[in-house]
Design a binder for this molecule. Structure first.
Ligand SMILES: Cc1cc2nc3c(=O)[nH]c(=O)nc-3n(C[C@H](O)[C@H](O)[C@H](O)COP(=O)(O)OP(=O)(O)OC[C@H]3O[C@@H](n4cnc5c(N)ncnc54)[C@H](O)[C@@H]3O)c2cc1C
Length: 150
């Protein structure tokens, strides 16, 4: 098996193809990571969430990291890591960006399903706070593994 770095263009192509990644944040030296849906646009990623631990943590420490991958098998995969800064798209300051995020995320069907279903187990619909946010990208790197001889 060979593992090679891939170009920024290849990383971006993968971020455009996949819609699920693992979003990592941290607070007081404690990392926290959850799977989330996202939508790529040049220089940023858009997300939808309900209010919970990750949002509370990112509000306090906006430095975050996202990892996404396409895994064929253990010797055939691509993995991309993005670092960046959390920006919450609150109204009214970010109304346009919030609508834009909603449109982009809607290209992947039912983006709201996971976060809402989880929160509905815990609370009533009326008290659920909906959060759209953006990660402004600072860096992107990618690795690809391939079987020997390819
Ligand atoms: C395929 C997929 C797509 C998803 N897409 C989204 C999305 O787009 N937006 C979104 O907000 N959420 C999404 N989720 C759910 C997400 O992974 C979190 O579970 C959810 O957002 C709650 O996170 P929170 O920090 O608000 O948790 P809280 O409800 O505040 O969590 C409290 C505690 O529950 C535990 N917990 C929370 N989430 C998980 C988890 N996933 N696995 C194990 N333990 C957990 C942790 O121990 C945490 O401390 C998705 C999940 C999957 C599997």
């Amino acid at each position: 098996m060979r593992i090679i770095s891939i170009s920024q263009e290849e990383c971006i192509e993968m971020l455009q193809r996949v819609s699920i990644g693992r979003l990592a944040c941290s607070l007081n030296d404690q990392p926290y990571i959850v799977p989330v849906a996202f939508s790529y646009e040049p220089n940023c990623l858009y997300f939808f969430s309900t209010l919970g631990k990750k949002i509370e943590w990112m509000r306090q420490n906006p430095k975050v990291c996202l990892q996404a991958d396409e895994i064929g098998n253990r010797s055939n995969w691509t993995s991309v890591i993005v670092t960046g800064t959390y920006l919450e798209l609150r109204e009214p300051q970010y109304t346009d960006e919030r609508e834009h995020a909603q449109k982009l995320l809607a290209q992947h069907s039912r983006y709201w399903q996971n976060p809402l279903a989880e929160r509905r187990e815990q609370t009533s619909d009326l008290s659920i706070e909906l959060v759209f946010f953006r990660i402004d990208i600072a860096s992107i790197s990618g690795l690809r593994a391939m079987p020997e001889g390819v």
